[in-house]
Write a protein that binds this ligand. Structure first.
Ligand code: COI
Length: 354
């Protein structure tokens, strides 16, 4: 793919790598490419990061025809930079775009664009432990029209943000409230896609959880509000009586790259993994009976995030005394070890950029 380059006059000052937080700083350049029916994907370019212009009648502003992805570039101890399973993000975005009637970005264009942009911005890949360069690809409809239909024009952008931990708690356990009124997804809907609309609809649940002093919301299945599915910003797994439980990928839950990687590793370590529907009431009962040994979220942004408290209606349970569990810690060390190149990558998941 030919990528044209537009240089910016002044480069930004890099932030303090110790104070990155999540998604607060953006690099000097971004990648852009456009789609229309005649030319399909064309005009790949790396241009200065900055405001983009579109018409007030732009379809995405009205009907939210938009999908996005999230992955990271990691700096290894030898200074080299690598990605983690970028083809999985490319394929997931293709599935999201298909559901939202948007043109698919070919896998090679998606991965090559990321590699080119990350290489250009290599000085923005932070060097401190637990820091990385978060990569946010997004596709959105740019046609100027108010009729609800498949738009005729789209833009694919990739922006980059040096990040630390997603949660202020770091690797300390977070508190999660199970939402029993609002729902996130139903069969036949868009739950399995990474579209902005899913997240817009979830914010009310997040606000409710925060008002009660919880960090995140855990969604139940939309049809019966009985079975646990996923958390606002991550998938979730439970260790019960020594076995692993997580919601199945059947159309409502996001097929997480970290989720898939953890299940792979857990099976490799000999754990029995149950991708099955688990009732919130059973989960709370297992907690009270001392059978719920560990709970952890998995996600690109959140990595492996221990959960120390769960609330469902008036019932509250504390997991592992609000301490990070042994298995959670081992998964965290293994995953981050592979991602940052401290451990051998026996699964072939990493892709060197430069
Ligand atoms: C990610 O984990 O990369 C995500 O896109 C989740 C987002 C809510 C931060």
């Amino acid at each position: 793919m030919d990528i044209r380059f537009v240089e910016r006059k002044d480069l930004k000052e890099k932030p303090d790598w110790n104070k990155l937080g999540f998604g607060k700083y953006f690099t000097d350049y971004m990648f852009a490419m456009d789609w229309d029916r005649e030319n399909e994907w064309h005009d790949a370019r790396i241009i200065p990061y900055g405001p983009i212009e579109f018409e007030p009648a732009c379809v995405v502003l009205h009907y939210a025809q938009e999908t996005f992805e999230g992955l990271k570039a990691y700096r290894r101890e030898d200074g080299k930079i690598q990605l983690f399973r970028p083809e999985m993000n490319a394929k997931r975005m293709q599935n999201s775009n298909e559901r939202l009637c948007m043109p698919k970005v070919p896998v090679d264009i998606f991965v090559d664009a990321i590699k080119a942009l990350v290489e250009k911005e290599k000085d923005w890949v932070p060097t401190l432990p637990n820091t990385s360069l978060y990569i946010r690809p997004v596709v959105f409809a740019t046609e100027e029209a108010l009729g609800v239909h498949m738009a005729t024009n789209y833009t694919f952008l990739i922006i980059l943000s040096p990040v630390g931990m997603y949660y202020a708690e770091g690797l300390n356990p977070v508190k999660i409230m199970i939402e029993d009124e609002l729902v996130r997804a139903v069969q036949g809907g868009t739950g399995f896609t990474k579209c902005g609309g899913n997240y817009a609809g979830s914010i009310a649940g997040q606000v409710k959880a925060e008002k009660e002093g919880y960090d995140q919301v855990l969604w139940l299945d939309g049809a019966t509000k009985t079975f646990v599915e996923e958390v606002g910003s991550m998938n979730i797994m439970f260790k019960i009586d020594g076995e692993i439980y997580t919601a199945p990928i059947e159309g409502t839950v996001l097929p997480g790259v970290t989720r898939d990687s953890m299940l792979h590793i857990l099976r490799d370590w000999g754990y029995k993994v149950n991708e099955t529907h688990l009732k919130a009431t059973d989960l709370m009962r297992f907690g009270h009976e001392g059978r719920l040994e560990e709970v952890f979220g998995t996600g690109t942004a959140a990595v492996i995030s221990p959960v120390g408290r769960l609330k469902f209606k008036d019932d509250v349970i504390t997991i592992n005394d609000m301490k990070t569990g042994e298995l959670t810690q081992k998964l965290y060390d293994t995953l981050t070890g592979i991602q940052w190149g401290r451990l051998p990558d026996k699964y072939g998941w990493t892709v060197e950029v430069c």
